[in-house]
Design a protein around this ligand. Structure first.
Ligand SMILES: *[C@@H]1O[C@H](CO)[C@@H](O)[C@H](O)[C@H]1NC(C)=O
Ligand SMILES: *[C@@H]1O[C@H](CO)[C@@H](O)[C@H](O)[C@H]1NC(C)=O
Ligand SMILES: *[C@@H]1O[C@H](CO)[C@@H](O)[C@H](O)[C@H]1NC(C)=O
Ligand SMILES: *[C@@H]1O[C@H](CO)[C@@H](O)[C@H](O)[C@H]1NC(C)=O
Ligand SMILES: *[C@@H]1O[C@H](CO)[C@@H](O)[C@H](O)[C@H]1NC(C)=O
Ligand SMILES: *[C@@H]1O[C@H](CO)[C@@H](O)[C@H](O)[C@H]1NC(C)=O
Length: 583
């Protein structure tokens, strides 16, 4: 049944959803007799809307035209450290519970104290025979104070990690090499510094691979801070300002402004919760955020050059036929103006959760695009799968195996995974950036993206205060028409209107995913309908299932207290909630 559903989906969607998806090539180990290398380039706060050929010419030349664009790859939590933890652990936020950039709910200290530094992708790859190297930003809270006491040396053979409080200083970085004391790089432009260290690590990894008897494959992570805002950590929260571009890029884009999309500074309020209360922006604020946007694009240009430099070096070293190269970002970003917002991230809107994603490597058809729905936790599961490293994880990964990483061995397994959904979660504060941003607001919510066939593309959000949002992303990609905004409390789902019937289905799916772990996270409708009666939204909307969906409890938070407390978000999914159990 599942395989049939999968095939039907591919056949009926055809070119629309999965444009030019080449059949996966035979497994690499069989093809070359050796596992592939991975180069993972991850930028900071780069939204998908600015990942265009104009602003990223090198990335398009080297990765998009020679590899595949993943148009709908999302972050499980739209802020740096929680998203990065999601990647390294291939887990949802509710599974790893690193929900903030700092204590008590997040940061490197908590990651380390929970023992996650001994059980993550880097460690699994090392156990599977990989050499691992990383430079740039790893987590919030890698600091000059803990670089030596809580080092990253369990994860990486070679490392040069940016340290707070200088991480977001573009011209005064500090690096810890291999768990050593902080070294200052005053005057070096941060993105260029990370590029240069990345190139050195690449040279060394290839040199060692060739010298080594066993020819170890490698994983190299390169993580520039661009195009993140500058943060002066001596000013509490007021410290966010424009990113600083490299001198050579300061003249660029001087006539560019933030695109005036449907959601840019609208006349009427939009969104929900505190977003709905934001005042209309005046010209002073708009000029300010337009200049901020230009500086982001300029800072992004150095990131793009970094991508070009790394790929060119990989080419010179002759390793491209056995190396996967990924470019993505930890989370998206609202450039400011959308729904009247200041520059910021961490909400469930498309700007914040959707990230750029490009993958080039053996078996990936040059110039192709995949419109399937993925998450950064799936990227990590895919690396682990190809490397044969999954067995070294101390738990079952939440992430799905992406098309490029599927092979004969995993095919049956892979066919059971849905690439039609994504869950984003958040439990702490949203920080407005810039001088006009105002104070932080609590942003506790869950957002489900469901993208099935060419006819269903929905974004559903439940906030901690009970407010709900539903957008038809095909008709309303800028999320201006909340189909549930007539009722703001839990009763929003009580009517028989079409939008409410859809929302009930999406709420049920969210309920089934909100504490999922491992395999449970990789399938969707089968958790509700284990017998396979329903495999997609359209089937679920048959009137005969109304009674089932009406009777299910709603996703719910008791309050908006900061942090993830399971007892304040009851009930969770249980087997008794499956269709057929309660008849
Ligand atoms: C630059 O970083 C060093 C430490 O690496 C610090 O002592 C110095 O104060 C910083 N300079 C500025 C202007 O922030
Ligand atoms: C830092 O900048 C100096 C001066 O431009 C340059 O010589 C040096 O190579 C840079 N260091 C790194 C690691 O890029
Ligand atoms: C933008 O830059 C170009 C070339 O550097 C220059 O000719 C033009 O006057 C600049 N425009 C503005 C608005 O500064
Ligand atoms: C524009 O709005 C900002 C933020 O509310 C405010 O600080 C500023 O005084 C306003 N400027 C004018 C000219 O109204
Ligand atoms: C919606 O239904 C729930 C229970 O299903 C009930 O508690 C609530 O009062 C209803 N709300 C409205 C506005 O009808
Ligand atoms: C998440 O972590 C916080 C901070 O350690 C803790 O208070 C909370 O109970 C945890 N939640 C869950 C569900 O484990």
């Amino acid at each position: 049944m599942q395989l049939l559903t999968h095939l039907t989906l591919i056949l009926s969607v055809g070119a629309v959803l999965i444009e030019a998806t080449a059949p996966p090539q035979p497994h690499h180990q069989q093809q070359h007799g050796k596992p592939p290398n991975f180069i993972y380039i991850v930028s900071d706060d780069h939204d998908h809307t600015t990942a265009t050929p104009t602003y990223m010419p090198e990335t398009y030349k080297h990765l998009a035209s020679r590899g595949r664009i993943y148009s709908h790859l999302y972050t499980p939590m739209s802020v740096c450290c929680p998203s990065r933890t999601g990647f390294w652990r291939s887990q949802h936020g509710h599974s790893h519970n690193i929900t903030d950039v700092k204590l008590p709910f997040g940061g490197w200290d908590l990651f380390y104290d929970r023992g996650y530094q001994e059980d993550n992708l880097g460690v699994w790859l090392r156990k599977a025979g990989y050499r691992t190297a990383y430079t740039g930003k790893l987590m919030n809270g890698n600091t000059v104070a803990n670089a030596q006491t809580k080092p990253v040396t369990d994860v990486f053979d070679e490392s040069a990690i940016l340290l707070d409080p200088y991480t977001y200083s573009y011209t005064n970085s500090s690096l810890s090499w291999n768990g050593g004391p902080p070294r200052a790089y005053s005057g070096n432009y941060s993105t260029d510094l990370v590029r240069d260290v990345g190139l050195t690590f690449l040279d060394e990894a290839v040199k060692k691979q060739r010298e080594d008897q066993d020819g170890k494959p490698f994983f190299l992570g390169v993580a520039p801070i661009g195009p993140h805002s500058t943060i002066r950590q001596d000013i509490d929260n007021g410290g966010f300002s424009n990113p600083i571009p490299a001198q050579r890029h300061r003249h660029l884009y001087n006539d560019t402004i933030i695109p005036r999309t449907d959601n840019f500074n609208p006349d009427s309020p939009s969104g929900a919760n505190f977003v709905r209360k934001l005042p209309k922006l005046n010209d002073t604020v708009i000029d300010y955020i337009d200049e901020w946007h230009r500086d982001r694009l300029r800072a992004l240009r150095s990131v793009d050059e970094l991508v070009g430099a790394i790929v060119r070096r990989a080419e010179e070293l002759g390793i491209l036929d056995n190396t996967y190269i990924v470019y993505t970002s930890d989370n998206g970003f609202s450039t400011g103006g959308q729904h009247r917002r200041p520059p910021s991230k961490s909400l469930g809107y498309e700007e914040d959760i959707r990230v750029p994603a490009f993958i080039r490597g053996p078996g990936i058809k040059a110039g192709s695009t995949s419109h399937e729905t993925w998450s950064n936790i799936d990227l990590a599961a895919s690396f682990a799968e190809i490397a044969g490293a999954t067995e070294h994880a101390g738990y079952s990964l939440d992430g799905r195996i992406m098309d490029w990483a599927q092979n004969h061995h995993t095919h049956g397994h892979a066919a059971k995974q849905d690439s039609t959904h994504h869950l984003s979660e958040y439990w702490v504060e949203n920080y407005p950036e810039g001088i006009f941003g105002g104070s932080p607001s609590t942003a506790k919510y869950k957002t489900l993206r469901l993208r099935e066939h060419s006819s269903d593309d929905w974004a559903y959000t439940v906030w901690c205060n009970g407010e709900r949002e539903l957008y038809d992303m095909l008709k309303d990609p800028y999320q201006m028409n909340n189909l549930l905004d007539d009722v703001s409390e839990y009763g929003a789902l009580n009517s028989t209107r079409k939008a409410h019937r859809i929302a009930k289905r999406l709420d049920a799916l969210t309920l089934s995913l909100k504490r999922c772990a491992g395999e449970e996270c990789r399938v969707l409708w089968r958790r509700l309908f284990p017998q396979g009666e329903v495999g997609n939204l359209e089937e679920s909307l048959q009137a005969k299932y109304d009674g089932y969906f009406d009777a299910l409890p709603r996703v719910h938070f008791d309050d908006c207290e900061l942090g993830f407390f399971a007892d304040k978000e009851q009930p969770d999914w249980s087997g008794q909630l499956r269709f057929g159990e309660r008849a």
